[in-house]
Design a protein around this ligand. Structure first.
Ligand SMILES: [Zn+2]
Length: 167
């Protein structure tokens, strides 16, 4: 079964600036994630920013938002690193990788780096998506095991092709 997943880096507590008052506020359960401003992102682009994290839904690029804005009503699950090839091949696409990940402080530093510099590139559903972003933050490598996350037929083809190359 193909499922659509959003990947991001859980930061924990972060500071956000209220764009109206200019005051800095604490934000619990912050997530840094990467998205494109297109129809594939759930939730419509709205002019009213979130009251907690001040983000507008559907903002493109790398954004720091509250967990609620990231989640958009979907379930949370933990992405697994360092899994065996057997686990990788029998687990839902886009939920694990055989790559190992770095320590949390390194990962968070990378995520903030992408956020401040906005240098993760243009969003691409297959070649540069939220999972690539999360994997890059976690491992320091810009590629992930799966090229596709279940974005329909095109994704499935790329996924199979990528697998064939590995064997
Ligand atoms: Zn929010």
């Amino acid at each position: 079964m193909l499922v659509k997943l959003s990947s991001g880096i859980y930061i924990g507590e972060a500071k956000v600036t209220d764009p109206i008052s200019g005051k800095i506020r604490k934000l619990k359960h912050a997530v840094i994630h990467f998205g494109g401003n297109n129809s594939n992102i759930k939730g419509k682009t709205s002019d009213a920013p979130c009251r907690k994290c001040f983000n507008k839904h559907g903002d493109p690029g790398v954004t720091l938002t509250c967990s609620k804005c990231f989640q958009k009503g979907d379930m949370f699950s933990t992405y697994m690193y360092d899994v065996s090839f057997i686990t990788f091949n029998t687990t839902t696409n886009g939920t694990c990788t055989t790559a190992s990940c770095d320590e949390p402080d390194v990962v968070i530093k990378r995520a903030y780096g992408f956020l401040h510099n906005q240098n993760f590139g243009d969003y691409d559903l297959v070649f540069n998506n939220c999972e690539h972003f999360a994997t890059a933050c976690k491992t320091g490598k810009a590629r992930c095991n799966q090229a596709a996350l279940g974005f329909g037929v095109a994704g499935a083809i790329v996924y199979k092709a990528a697998r064939r190359l590995r064997w």
